[in-house]
Design a protein around this ligand. Structure first.
Ligand code: PEP
Length: 257
């Protein structure tokens, strides 16, 4: 499994969450420019998912560069009377190529259950976006020995049938590691990623074998290489450390292979 995972091109994706005014676009420009100044192939895909207010401007500044732009969430309908919501088609129109769905801050803060996450992932596919589907257990669930069961259930309920490696990415983000500075041990990450890989290949066959599985939760320049060395870790979803170009680029460097 380790060899198969290493044949997968990594992705380092930044999730800016509800951070960033227009001035913050300078950080994205710095990432874009550093990628342009580096090797022709940086060895990993690099993406930033800004708040929707910055999406079109970031897509414009990143056009034609090695910096990809994604979004943080979408509604499952194409259009309609859903005040404050944004459809996957709107995100695509604004320049996104991917969208995060099922982040724990949506699952926890907005009561989004697996069936909602699945509808959002389907909407992403309908619009031609890659769905970055997040799963992960709470601290209580881990302490109760339920991590694999919870992640397995979220995965089964959140991924739509017919998901393909080209349009679907799984992000394992233990809730207790997000924004806390605490990370699971390599053994814990490897155990969950291995279980995710087995579930993906059982359900989606070769497509599941080739699907990227990102780790997210307090990834920093100091721990990025150690996490990337774990079997079946095909990249990182980075929150806080993606806001500063220097930190984000240091993580990108650790994932270039
Ligand atoms: C996230 O929210 O997706 C995340 C991984 O956050 P952080 O890196 O700040 O823990």
């Amino acid at each position: 499994m380790a060899e198969a995972a290493r044949s997968i091109r990594p992705l380092v994706a930044g999730n800016w969450k509800m951070n960033g005014l227009k001035a913050q676009l300078a950080e994205a420009m710095a990432v874009r420019d550093a990628l342009a100044a580096g090797p022709a192939d940086p060895g990993t895909d690099v993406m930033i998912c800004p708040p929707v207010t910055l999406l079109a401007a970031m897509a414009e500044l990143a056009a034609g560069s090695k910096l990809q732009v994604g979004a943080e969430d979408c509604h499952w309908e194409m259009s309609g009377a859903f005040t404050g919501d944004i459809s996957a088609e709107m995100l695509k129109d604004a320049g996104a190529r991917a969208v995060i769905v099922g982040h724990s801050e949506r699952r926890g803060g907005h009561g989004e259950r697996d069936c909602i996450v699945q509808r959002k992932a389907k909407a992403a596919h309908r619009a031609g976006l890659t769905a970055i589907v997040c799963v992960g257990e709470t601290l209580g669930e881990r302490r109760a020995g339920l991590a694999l069961e919870v992640v397995g259930r979220q995965l089964a309920g959140s991924l739509p049938d017919g998901a393909r490696a080209a349009d679907t990415i799984v992000a394992y983000e233990p809730v207790w590691a997000i924004g806390t500075g605490v990370t699971p041990t390599s053994g814990e990450v490897g155990e969950v990623h291995g279980a995710i890989r087995r579930a993906l290949s059982q359900r989606f066959g070769a497509e599941g074998e080739a699907m990227r599985i990102l780790y997210g939760g307090s990834v920093k320049p100091a721990n990025a290489a150690e996490i990337f060395a774990i079997n079946d870790v095909d990249g990182a979803l980075v929150g806080g450390a993606s806001l500063k170009a220097t930190d984000f680029l240091a993580i990108v460097a650790a994932y270039a292979h």
